[in-house]
Design a protein around this ligand. Structure first.
Ligand code: FDA
Length: 309
């Protein structure tokens, strides 16, 4: 099976202003946003974390934004993170939630320095609040800069999480460098439309690479965080953890808000650490389009509601 062929088409279309306008005003959109996004306000985010904590699930909060083109917009995003970290602390929820940041939201397109300086401020606030930060991985043109940023952030804060994507041909080398004791690494398949010279084109190869990376993370003693909904990979990871003698609290599964909620609870009830990635905020467009591009079933349903309005 090739990697979902619709993905490139949907992600390419998502960049067009006309498509953006059509999607953001379509009647079917609200229900999709409500399913995948916890809400627009910081209260919505805190309530979502509290509800997850009640059922034993952890969270990582993502204030939606990417494509930041000026320092003022990046500053608004930093302020949103500082606010939500304060609120987590005040609500006594810091043990249940960390934050995920995208360097593109923090101003990477303006300059790498601006994005890294902004990430430093968020990491400092997270430490004060008693929690951690994970730096999301975006498209392959940013991989080197993002890994450089993580290395810089890890000097004062060794617990800053990195994300690696098994669809990239380079990732096994990156895993080898990051698979060391205490290193928090989220392993995902990868969500962007990537050219064939940098990424596997068959989903089977992406899955095989995922398992090889999982083995390397366990063997190296990293704290691995598996961001996947794939039932086969989840079972394989549990199996590999047992083979490496890694206890259930020595790694975690991460799933997206609104995706396979029953499975989230089932895994958590089975004693696995489960963390839910909780996006909130107004800038949901890019996030929603990547979710649609992942699931042709969602897309067909959704496009029908857009086209037949
Ligand atoms: P995939 O989409 O290949 O589906 C495999 C199988 O899983 C399906 O056949 C089905 O059985 C099941 N499944 C998947 N989705 C389902 C659904 N909606 N309902 C029911 N069953 C479903 N990407 C990135 O590039 N950078 C990043 O920083 C992150 N961060 C991140 C954090 C977290 C917590 C997660 C879960 C994911 C990411 N991703 C990401 C996204 C990731 O790269 C990937 O695109 C998605 O997780 C989809 O891939 P899956 O591994 O879930 O399986």
């Amino acid at each position: 099976l090739t990697v979902n062929p619709l993905r490139s088409i949907i992600l390419a279309a998502a960049g067009s202003d006309a498509v953006r306008k059509m999607i953001t005003t379509a009647p079917g959109t609200r229900a999709m946003v409500d399913r995948f996004v916890a809400g627009e306000s910081v209260d919505d985010a805190i309530n979502a974390v509290a509800a997850l904590a009640e059922t034993g699930r952890y969270a990582t909060l993502d204030y939606l934004g990417e494509d930041t083109h000026d320092a003022a917009q990046a500053e608004r995003i930093v302020q949103a993170y500082l606010t939500v970290l304060d609120r987590l602390h005040d609500a006594g929820l810091a043990a249940f939630a960390e934050v995920s940041v995208k360097l593109s939201a923090l101003g990477q397109r303006v300059s790498q320095r601006l994005a890294v300086d902004n990430a430093f401020r968020i990491c400092a606030a997270a430490e004060q609040c008693g929690t951690t930060v994970t730096v999301d991985m975006e498209d392959h043109t940013t991989t080197d800069d993002t890994l450089d940023a993580v290395a810089e952030l890890r000097k004062p804060w060794p617990d800053v999480g990195a994300v690696l994507q098994s669809y990239l041909l380079r990732t096994e080398d990156d895993v080898a460098a990051l698979a060391v004791p205490g290193s928090r690494v989220r392993l995902v398949k990868g969500a962007y439309a990537e050219p064939h010279n940098v990424a596997f084109s068959h989903s089977h190869d992406v899955d095989l690479a995922f398992v090889r990376c999982a083995n390397a993370l366990f063997a190296g003693g990293a704290y691995a965080m598996f961001g996947t909904h794939d039932p086969r990979l989840i079972e394989l990871v549990r199996d590999r953890a047992a083979a490496h003698g890694v206890p259930r609290d020595g790694y975690e599964f991460q799933l997206l808000y609104g995706v396979r909620p029953d499975e989230q609870v089932r895994l958590s009830d089975a004693g696995q650490n489960v963390r839910v990635y909780v996006p909130y905020g107004e800038q949901w467009y890019g996030y929603l389009m990547r979710r649609l591009a992942e699931r042709p079933a969602n897309t067909t349903f959704f496009l029908r509601s857009v086209v037949t309005r």
